[in-house]
Ligand binder design. Structure first.
Ligand code: HEC
Length: 147
């Protein structure tokens, strides 16, 4: 009687641990809590294409062409900035590494936006490095590392 109680209690706490490890940490990175969009969709549909626009518009020594070019650049930077907010919402953020990477993304895009307002192509190009650093900081821990 006593033994089986201890055994059952052990099983329950093991199940609790497994639940914490699997649903608590992993799903927070793959999806938020209530909204349907997965992190992979956010990345492939929003984040990556916007970084692509910036890289294309500012590659090598290029300057965005005319009002349309600068409009495309500022729109992409604003969407990247917004992504840095979305990634923190709906219980998607699992830890400080994630939160810090999002902050780097938001700060770098704010700088990029002010450079773009002055049509400073070199300035925007410089802040792309900061934007890319945020991708790397989060991916190293949360995309490539299997937990
Ligand atoms: C705060 C964390 C975080 C930041 C910042 C971040 N990512 Fe991700 N990214 C992830 C995670 C987590 C995955 C893996 C998602 C999965 O497989 O469920 C991922 C996956 C991806 C993928 C693969 C998507 C797919 O279809 O499987 C691409 C592409 C990507 N990220 C691009 C970027 C780019 C570009 C940036 C920077 C501008 C960036 N990410 C910034 C967390 C982040």
């Amino acid at each position: 009687m006593k033994k089986s109680f201890v055994f059952a209690a052990g099983l329950i706490s093991l199940a609790g641990l497994a639940f914490t490890l699997s649903s608590g940490q992993v799903t927070a990175q793959k999806k938020g809590k209530t909204r349907p969009m997965t992190t992979a969709q956010l990345m492939s549909g929003l984040v990556k294409p916007q970084l692509g626009v910036l890289q294309e518009q500012l590659a090598d020594e290029k300057t965005p062409e005319g009002e349309d070019g600068w409009k495309a650049v500022t729109t992409s930077i604003a969407l990247l900035n917004e992504s840095g907010h979305i990634m923190m919402e709906d219980d998607r953020c699992p830890d400080k590494i994630w939160a810090d990477a999002c902050e780097v993304l938001r700060k770098a895009t704010e700088t990029a936006l002010s450079k773009a307002e002055q049509k400073d192509a070199a300035g925007v190009r410089e802040s792309i490095a900061g934007i890319s650093a945020s991708c790397k900081a989060c991916h190293t821990e949360h995309k490539y590392k299997k937990k």
